[in-house]
Design a protein around this ligand. Structure first.
Ligand SMILES: *Cc1c(COP(=O)(O)O)cnc(C)c1O
Length: 386
Protein backbone atom coordinates (compact mmCIF):
# COMPACT_ATOMS: atom_id res chain seq x y z
CA UNK A 1 0.00 0.00 0.00
CA UNK A 2 3.03 2.30 -0.03
CA UNK A 3 3.77 4.85 2.64
CA UNK A 4 0.99 7.32 2.08
CA UNK A 5 -1.39 7.44 5.11
CA UNK A 6 -4.84 6.08 4.31
CA UNK A 7 -6.66 8.79 6.24
CA UNK A 8 -6.45 12.07 4.38
CA UNK A 9 -4.64 15.03 5.84
CA UNK A 10 -7.86 16.92 6.56
CA UNK A 11 -9.08 14.23 8.95
CA UNK A 12 -5.80 13.36 10.64
CA UNK A 13 -5.85 13.90 14.39
CA UNK A 14 -9.62 13.50 14.57
CA UNK A 15 -9.44 9.80 15.59
CA UNK A 16 -12.45 8.27 17.33
CA UNK A 17 -14.73 10.47 19.36
CA UNK A 18 -14.30 10.53 23.12
CA UNK A 19 -17.89 9.26 23.43
CA UNK A 20 -16.98 5.96 21.79
CA UNK A 21 -14.04 5.50 24.17
CA UNK A 22 -15.94 6.45 27.31
CA UNK A 23 -19.17 4.59 26.45
CA UNK A 24 -17.11 1.44 25.76
CA UNK A 25 -15.44 1.91 29.15
CA UNK A 26 -18.87 2.29 30.77
CA UNK A 27 -20.04 -1.01 29.26
CA UNK A 28 -16.82 -2.86 30.05
CA UNK A 29 -16.86 -1.79 33.71
CA UNK A 30 -20.64 -1.77 34.28
CA UNK A 31 -20.42 1.91 35.23
CA UNK A 32 -23.15 4.54 35.30
CA UNK A 33 -22.69 6.46 32.08
CA UNK A 34 -23.02 10.19 32.69
CA UNK A 35 -20.79 10.77 29.67
CA UNK A 36 -22.80 10.77 26.46
CA UNK A 37 -25.88 13.02 26.51
CA UNK A 38 -28.81 10.78 25.72
CA UNK A 39 -31.86 10.36 27.98
CA UNK A 40 -32.49 6.96 29.58
CA UNK A 41 -36.26 7.53 29.33
CA UNK A 42 -37.96 7.88 25.95
CA UNK A 43 -40.04 10.88 24.93
CA UNK A 44 -43.87 11.13 24.90
CA UNK A 45 -45.73 7.87 24.35
CA UNK A 46 -48.18 9.47 21.87
CA UNK A 47 -45.28 10.63 19.72
CA UNK A 48 -43.74 7.14 19.71
CA UNK A 49 -47.18 5.82 18.71
CA UNK A 50 -47.37 8.35 15.90
CA UNK A 51 -44.07 6.99 14.56
CA UNK A 52 -45.30 3.39 14.81
CA UNK A 53 -48.54 4.35 13.09
CA UNK A 54 -46.63 6.06 10.28
CA UNK A 55 -44.59 2.90 9.63
CA UNK A 56 -47.68 0.66 9.68
CA UNK A 57 -49.79 2.90 7.49
CA UNK A 58 -47.05 3.40 4.94
CA UNK A 59 -46.28 7.06 5.65
CA UNK A 60 -42.66 7.79 4.85
CA UNK A 61 -41.56 4.20 4.28
CA UNK A 62 -40.29 5.19 0.83
CA UNK A 63 -37.98 8.14 0.09
CA UNK A 64 -39.65 11.26 1.44
CA UNK A 65 -39.24 14.54 -0.48
CA UNK A 66 -35.66 15.89 -0.44
CA UNK A 67 -36.40 18.99 1.66
CA UNK A 68 -38.53 16.99 4.13
CA UNK A 69 -42.24 16.13 4.18
CA UNK A 70 -44.50 19.21 3.83
CA UNK A 71 -46.24 18.42 7.17
CA UNK A 72 -42.95 18.66 9.06
CA UNK A 73 -41.73 21.77 7.24
CA UNK A 74 -45.05 23.42 8.08
CA UNK A 75 -44.74 22.34 11.74
CA UNK A 76 -41.18 23.70 11.95
CA UNK A 77 -42.34 27.03 10.53
CA UNK A 78 -45.20 27.15 13.06
CA UNK A 79 -42.78 26.31 15.89
CA UNK A 80 -40.38 29.11 14.91
CA UNK A 81 -43.28 31.57 14.91
CA UNK A 82 -44.84 30.29 18.13
CA UNK A 83 -41.67 30.26 20.23
CA UNK A 84 -39.41 32.82 18.56
CA UNK A 85 -41.68 35.13 16.53
CA UNK A 86 -39.80 34.21 13.35
CA UNK A 87 -41.87 33.68 10.19
CA UNK A 88 -40.61 31.23 7.56
CA UNK A 89 -41.95 29.99 4.24
CA UNK A 90 -42.13 26.21 4.78
CA UNK A 91 -41.42 25.57 1.08
CA UNK A 92 -38.27 27.64 0.66
CA UNK A 93 -36.99 28.52 4.13
CA UNK A 94 -37.12 25.19 5.99
CA UNK A 95 -35.02 22.08 5.35
CA UNK A 96 -35.29 18.75 7.19
CA UNK A 97 -31.99 16.97 7.89
CA UNK A 98 -30.62 13.78 9.46
CA UNK A 99 -30.37 15.37 12.90
CA UNK A 100 -28.64 18.61 13.69
CA UNK A 101 -25.40 16.80 12.90
CA UNK A 102 -26.16 16.62 9.20
CA UNK A 103 -27.44 20.19 9.20
CA UNK A 104 -24.12 21.39 10.65
CA UNK A 105 -22.12 19.32 8.14
CA UNK A 106 -24.21 20.44 5.15
CA UNK A 107 -24.11 24.09 6.19
CA UNK A 108 -20.33 24.12 6.58
CA UNK A 109 -19.70 22.10 3.41
CA UNK A 110 -22.01 24.37 1.45
CA UNK A 111 -20.89 27.75 2.75
CA UNK A 112 -17.12 27.44 3.16
CA UNK A 113 -14.26 27.61 0.68
CA UNK A 114 -10.97 25.91 1.55
CA UNK A 115 -8.90 28.32 3.63
CA UNK A 116 -11.87 30.23 5.02
CA UNK A 117 -11.67 30.89 8.74
CA UNK A 118 -14.51 29.87 11.06
CA UNK A 119 -14.68 31.37 14.53
CA UNK A 120 -16.38 28.98 16.92
CA UNK A 121 -17.11 29.08 20.63
CA UNK A 122 -14.62 26.85 22.43
CA UNK A 123 -15.12 24.25 23.95
CA UNK A 124 -16.55 22.99 20.63
CA UNK A 125 -19.33 20.47 20.15
CA UNK A 126 -17.45 17.43 18.90
CA UNK A 127 -18.57 17.42 15.25
CA UNK A 128 -17.58 21.05 14.60
CA UNK A 129 -13.84 20.47 14.29
CA UNK A 130 -14.38 17.52 11.95
CA UNK A 131 -16.88 19.35 9.70
CA UNK A 132 -14.72 22.46 9.48
CA UNK A 133 -11.80 20.18 8.56
CA UNK A 134 -13.84 18.30 5.92
CA UNK A 135 -14.72 21.65 4.37
CA UNK A 136 -10.98 22.45 4.20
CA UNK A 137 -11.55 25.49 6.39
CA UNK A 138 -9.63 26.68 9.44
CA UNK A 139 -11.12 26.80 12.93
CA UNK A 140 -10.39 29.75 15.16
CA UNK A 141 -11.49 29.33 18.79
CA UNK A 142 -13.18 32.00 20.85
CA UNK A 143 -12.54 30.50 24.27
CA UNK A 144 -15.22 30.53 26.97
CA UNK A 145 -13.15 30.60 30.17
CA UNK A 146 -14.04 29.34 33.65
CA UNK A 147 -15.64 30.32 35.92
CA UNK A 148 -18.13 32.46 33.95
CA UNK A 149 -17.74 30.95 30.45
CA UNK A 150 -18.86 34.21 28.76
CA UNK A 151 -17.66 35.23 25.27
CA UNK A 152 -15.32 38.24 25.26
CA UNK A 153 -16.53 40.46 22.41
CA UNK A 154 -13.25 42.41 22.22
CA UNK A 155 -11.47 39.11 21.79
CA UNK A 156 -13.98 38.14 19.10
CA UNK A 157 -13.30 41.40 17.27
CA UNK A 158 -9.55 40.75 17.44
CA UNK A 159 -10.00 37.26 15.92
CA UNK A 160 -11.77 38.53 12.79
CA UNK A 161 -9.49 38.71 9.73
CA UNK A 162 -10.16 39.26 6.02
CA UNK A 163 -10.33 35.43 5.73
CA UNK A 164 -13.08 35.07 8.35
CA UNK A 165 -16.24 33.80 6.64
CA UNK A 166 -18.44 32.36 9.34
CA UNK A 167 -19.26 32.42 13.05
CA UNK A 168 -20.33 29.06 14.45
CA UNK A 169 -22.42 29.63 17.57
CA UNK A 170 -23.99 27.21 19.99
CA UNK A 171 -26.51 28.56 22.47
CA UNK A 172 -27.49 27.09 24.91
CA UNK A 173 -23.88 25.89 24.88
CA UNK A 174 -22.76 22.30 25.28
CA UNK A 175 -20.74 21.58 27.49
CA UNK A 176 -20.56 24.79 29.59
CA UNK A 177 -24.31 25.46 29.86
CA UNK A 178 -23.81 29.11 28.89
CA UNK A 179 -26.88 30.77 27.36
CA UNK A 180 -25.92 33.83 25.35
CA UNK A 181 -27.69 36.96 26.61
CA UNK A 182 -29.55 39.37 24.32
CA UNK A 183 -26.65 41.86 24.85
CA UNK A 184 -24.00 39.29 23.89
CA UNK A 185 -26.01 38.25 20.84
CA UNK A 186 -26.46 41.89 19.82
CA UNK A 187 -22.69 42.44 20.09
CA UNK A 188 -21.95 39.33 18.02
CA UNK A 189 -24.60 40.29 15.45
CA UNK A 190 -23.16 43.79 15.10
CA UNK A 191 -19.72 42.31 14.33
CA UNK A 192 -21.24 39.87 11.84
CA UNK A 193 -22.97 42.71 10.01
CA UNK A 194 -19.91 44.99 10.15
CA UNK A 195 -17.64 42.30 8.68
CA UNK A 196 -20.27 40.69 6.46
CA UNK A 197 -19.99 37.27 8.12
CA UNK A 198 -22.32 34.31 7.93
CA UNK A 199 -23.57 32.78 11.19
CA UNK A 200 -24.45 29.16 11.83
CA UNK A 201 -26.43 28.91 15.08
CA UNK A 202 -26.73 25.47 16.69
CA UNK A 203 -29.80 25.76 18.91
CA UNK A 204 -30.59 22.13 19.74
CA UNK A 205 -31.10 23.01 23.44
CA UNK A 206 -33.50 25.87 22.67
CA UNK A 207 -36.11 24.39 25.04
CA UNK A 208 -33.66 23.73 27.87
CA UNK A 209 -33.06 27.22 29.24
CA UNK A 210 -33.61 27.23 33.00
CA UNK A 211 -34.17 30.93 33.59
CA UNK A 212 -35.44 33.25 30.90
CA UNK A 213 -35.74 32.03 27.33
CA UNK A 214 -33.57 31.18 24.36
CA UNK A 215 -32.91 34.09 22.01
CA UNK A 216 -32.28 33.19 18.36
CA UNK A 217 -29.65 35.42 16.79
CA UNK A 218 -31.60 35.23 13.51
CA UNK A 219 -34.19 37.56 15.05
CA UNK A 220 -31.72 40.46 15.38
CA UNK A 221 -31.49 43.30 12.84
CA UNK A 222 -29.45 42.41 9.77
CA UNK A 223 -29.17 38.75 10.77
CA UNK A 224 -32.01 37.11 8.93
CA UNK A 225 -30.20 37.04 5.58
CA UNK A 226 -26.89 35.81 7.04
CA UNK A 227 -27.95 33.22 9.66
CA UNK A 228 -28.52 29.48 9.34
CA UNK A 229 -30.46 28.33 12.42
CA UNK A 230 -30.25 24.64 13.30
CA UNK A 231 -32.29 22.56 15.70
CA UNK A 232 -33.40 19.00 16.19
CA UNK A 233 -36.08 16.77 17.72
CA UNK A 234 -33.52 14.63 19.52
CA UNK A 235 -32.95 16.73 22.61
CA UNK A 236 -36.34 18.50 22.83
CA UNK A 237 -38.44 15.34 22.59
CA UNK A 238 -36.01 12.78 24.05
CA UNK A 239 -35.75 10.74 20.86
CA UNK A 240 -32.05 11.14 20.07
CA UNK A 241 -32.02 7.96 17.96
CA UNK A 242 -34.53 9.28 15.45
CA UNK A 243 -32.13 11.83 14.01
CA UNK A 244 -34.64 14.36 12.76
CA UNK A 245 -33.20 17.86 12.54
CA UNK A 246 -33.91 21.02 10.59
CA UNK A 247 -32.50 24.21 9.18
CA UNK A 248 -34.38 27.51 9.05
CA UNK A 249 -32.88 30.39 7.08
CA UNK A 250 -33.48 32.68 4.12
CA UNK A 251 -34.33 30.95 0.83
CA UNK A 252 -30.84 31.45 -0.71
CA UNK A 253 -29.13 30.00 2.40
CA UNK A 254 -31.53 27.05 2.56
CA UNK A 255 -30.92 26.40 -1.16
CA UNK A 256 -27.16 26.36 -0.55
CA UNK A 257 -27.39 24.01 2.45
CA UNK A 258 -29.85 21.77 0.57
CA UNK A 259 -27.34 21.41 -2.27
CA UNK A 260 -24.81 19.83 0.10
CA UNK A 261 -27.43 17.90 2.10
CA UNK A 262 -28.88 16.14 -0.93
CA UNK A 263 -25.53 14.44 -1.60
CA UNK A 264 -24.91 13.47 2.04
CA UNK A 265 -28.01 11.47 3.01
CA UNK A 266 -30.42 12.78 0.36
CA UNK A 267 -33.28 12.00 2.79
CA UNK A 268 -33.73 10.17 6.11
CA UNK A 269 -36.15 9.12 8.87
CA UNK A 270 -39.31 9.15 6.68
CA UNK A 271 -41.88 7.87 9.24
CA UNK A 272 -40.23 9.75 12.10
CA UNK A 273 -40.77 13.01 10.22
CA UNK A 274 -44.56 12.51 10.60
CA UNK A 275 -44.17 11.90 14.34
CA UNK A 276 -41.93 14.94 14.84
CA UNK A 277 -44.47 17.12 13.03
CA UNK A 278 -46.93 16.10 15.78
CA UNK A 279 -44.35 16.62 18.52
CA UNK A 280 -43.65 20.20 17.45
CA UNK A 281 -47.35 20.95 17.90
CA UNK A 282 -47.52 19.63 21.48
CA UNK A 283 -49.10 22.15 23.87
CA UNK A 284 -46.98 24.59 25.87
CA UNK A 285 -47.41 22.37 28.95
CA UNK A 286 -45.20 19.70 27.37
CA UNK A 287 -42.32 22.11 26.88
CA UNK A 288 -42.75 23.62 30.38
CA UNK A 289 -42.88 20.19 32.06
CA UNK A 290 -39.82 19.00 30.10
CA UNK A 291 -37.83 22.02 31.25
CA UNK A 292 -39.02 21.72 34.87
CA UNK A 293 -38.06 18.05 34.94
CA UNK A 294 -34.56 18.71 33.66
CA UNK A 295 -34.13 21.67 36.02
CA UNK A 296 -34.88 19.38 38.97
CA UNK A 297 -32.37 16.84 37.64
CA UNK A 298 -29.79 19.58 37.18
CA UNK A 299 -30.09 20.54 40.82
CA UNK A 300 -30.06 16.93 41.99
CA UNK A 301 -26.77 16.28 40.21
CA UNK A 302 -25.24 19.71 40.88
CA UNK A 303 -25.90 19.43 44.64
CA UNK A 304 -24.46 15.92 44.64
CA UNK A 305 -21.31 16.92 42.74
CA UNK A 306 -20.89 19.85 45.07
CA UNK A 307 -21.18 17.58 48.12
CA UNK A 308 -18.65 15.21 46.52
CA UNK A 309 -16.11 18.04 46.41
CA UNK A 310 -16.23 19.15 42.77
CA UNK A 311 -16.32 22.83 41.82
CA UNK A 312 -19.69 22.99 40.07
CA UNK A 313 -20.58 25.48 37.35
CA UNK A 314 -24.38 25.33 37.47
CA UNK A 315 -25.53 25.53 33.83
CA UNK A 316 -28.10 28.04 32.58
CA UNK A 317 -29.20 25.57 29.90
CA UNK A 318 -28.57 22.18 28.17
CA UNK A 319 -28.38 18.93 30.08
CA UNK A 320 -24.74 19.02 31.03
CA UNK A 321 -22.84 20.21 34.10
CA UNK A 322 -19.22 21.23 33.76
CA UNK A 323 -17.13 20.80 36.91
CA UNK A 324 -13.54 21.50 37.95
CA UNK A 325 -11.72 18.63 39.64
CA UNK A 326 -8.99 20.80 41.19
CA UNK A 327 -10.63 20.85 44.67
CA UNK A 328 -10.38 17.02 44.64
CA UNK A 329 -6.61 17.32 44.34
CA UNK A 330 -6.75 16.37 40.65
CA UNK A 331 -5.35 18.28 37.68
CA UNK A 332 -5.86 16.22 34.54
CA UNK A 333 -9.46 15.64 33.43
CA UNK A 334 -8.54 13.04 30.81
CA UNK A 335 -6.62 10.91 33.32
CA UNK A 336 -9.38 11.43 35.87
CA UNK A 337 -12.11 10.27 33.47
CA UNK A 338 -10.10 7.23 32.37
CA UNK A 339 -9.65 6.14 36.00
CA UNK A 340 -13.12 7.10 37.29
CA UNK A 341 -14.95 3.90 36.22
CA UNK A 342 -12.46 1.70 38.11
CA UNK A 343 -12.39 4.05 41.11
CA UNK A 344 -16.12 4.47 41.60
CA UNK A 345 -18.16 3.12 38.68
CA UNK A 346 -19.11 6.40 37.00
CA UNK A 347 -18.26 7.64 33.50
CA UNK A 348 -17.82 11.33 32.64
CA UNK A 349 -16.30 13.26 29.75
CA UNK A 350 -13.07 15.28 29.96
CA UNK A 351 -13.81 18.73 28.51
CA UNK A 352 -10.20 19.10 27.34
CA UNK A 353 -11.00 17.10 24.20
CA UNK A 354 -13.29 19.97 23.08
CA UNK A 355 -10.50 22.59 23.24
CA UNK A 356 -7.68 23.77 21.01
CA UNK A 357 -6.42 25.86 23.94
CA UNK A 358 -6.09 22.76 26.07
CA UNK A 359 -4.87 24.70 29.11
CA UNK A 360 -8.31 26.29 29.41
CA UNK A 361 -10.00 22.89 29.72
CA UNK A 362 -7.40 20.64 31.36
CA UNK A 363 -9.13 20.23 34.77
CA UNK A 364 -12.74 20.40 33.56
CA UNK A 365 -15.04 17.38 33.47
CA UNK A 366 -18.59 17.14 32.12
CA UNK A 367 -21.49 15.11 33.53
CA UNK A 368 -24.95 14.76 31.97
CA UNK A 369 -28.11 14.84 34.08
CA UNK A 370 -30.63 13.60 31.48
CA UNK A 371 -30.95 10.32 33.41
CA UNK A 372 -33.53 8.84 35.80
CA UNK A 373 -33.49 10.28 39.33
CA UNK A 374 -32.48 6.93 40.86
CA UNK A 375 -29.53 6.72 38.43
CA UNK A 376 -28.40 10.24 39.34
CA UNK A 377 -28.79 9.51 43.07
CA UNK A 378 -26.72 6.33 42.79
CA UNK A 379 -24.05 8.13 40.71
CA UNK A 380 -23.78 10.85 43.34
CA UNK A 381 -23.47 8.26 46.14
CA UNK A 382 -20.61 6.62 44.22
CA UNK A 383 -18.86 9.92 43.53
CA UNK A 384 -18.96 10.82 47.23
CA UNK A 385 -16.60 7.90 47.86
CA UNK A 386 -13.84 9.71 45.96
C1 LIG B 1 -26.66 16.60 20.45
C2 LIG B 1 -26.11 17.79 19.76
C3 LIG B 1 -26.14 17.89 18.35
C4 LIG B 1 -26.58 16.75 17.46
O1 LIG B 1 -27.92 16.67 17.32
P1 LIG B 1 -28.57 15.45 16.48
O2 LIG B 1 -29.92 15.93 16.18
O3 LIG B 1 -28.53 14.24 17.36
O4 LIG B 1 -27.74 15.25 15.27
C5 LIG B 1 -25.68 19.04 17.76
N1 LIG B 1 -25.20 20.07 18.51
C6 LIG B 1 -25.14 20.00 19.85
C7 LIG B 1 -24.59 21.15 20.61
C8 LIG B 1 -25.56 18.86 20.52
O5 LIG B 1 -25.44 18.77 21.86
Amino acid sequence: MGTRPLLNRRLQGLGTTIFAEMSALATATGSINLGQGFPDTDGPREIAEAAARAVLTGQGNQYPPGPGIPELRQAVAEHQLRFHGLGHDPDTEVLVTAGATEAIAAALLALLEPGDEVIALEPFYDSYAACIAMAGAVRVPLTLRAPAFRPDLDELRSLITPRTRLLLLNTPHNPTGTVLTPEELAGIAALAVEHDLLVVADEVYEHLVFSGVHHPIAALPGMRERTVSISSAGKTFSFTGWKVGWVTASAPLVAAVRTAKQYLTYVSAGPFQYAVAEALRLPDEYFAAFRADLLRKRDLLADGLDAAGFQVFRPEGTYFITTDITPLGEKDGLEFCRSLPARCGVVAIPNVVFYDNTDAGRSLVRFTFCKRDDVLTEAVARLRRL
